[in-house]
Design a protein around this ligand. Sequence first.
Ligand SMILES: [Fe+2]
Ligand SMILES: [Fe+2]
Length: 140
Amino acid sequence: MSSRNATYVIGHKSLDADHEVIIALWRTLETTKTMEAARMAASQLMDETLNHFTREEAFMRQCGFPGLDGHRAIHQELASSLRHVILAPTFDTGKRADFIGAVCALMGRMVTHIVVEDAKIAPYARNLASQVSRAMAKTG
Ligand SMILES: [Fe+2]
Ligand SMILES: [Fe+2]
């Protein structure tokens, strides 16, 4: 699966870059060799994901995306599942493969979210970009 696949692109530079980073971190997590490395990668993945959700919600507000409340609820559910898996005490002594499996199952849901739900932001992102360029043409 290529992270350059057009289905990931919503047309907002930093949100698209966030998605690339999240997927790259997921790949890194999968290749870790120790539980400690896996936990470090997962914790970085969680930070990037939570920061991304905040940025994406701010952008949806900015471009008047009508599905903001529902989308935010999905983010909250994904964030709490991720937190639950990453902070679960059972994984302190558990097997790295089980831990990675649990995070990967969630990341599978995350990719579906990007392709299905985040993609709905694309027309609003395009609309906002064309409003901005029209306004710049008027003032320029
Ligand atoms: Fe996103
Ligand atoms: Fe999202």
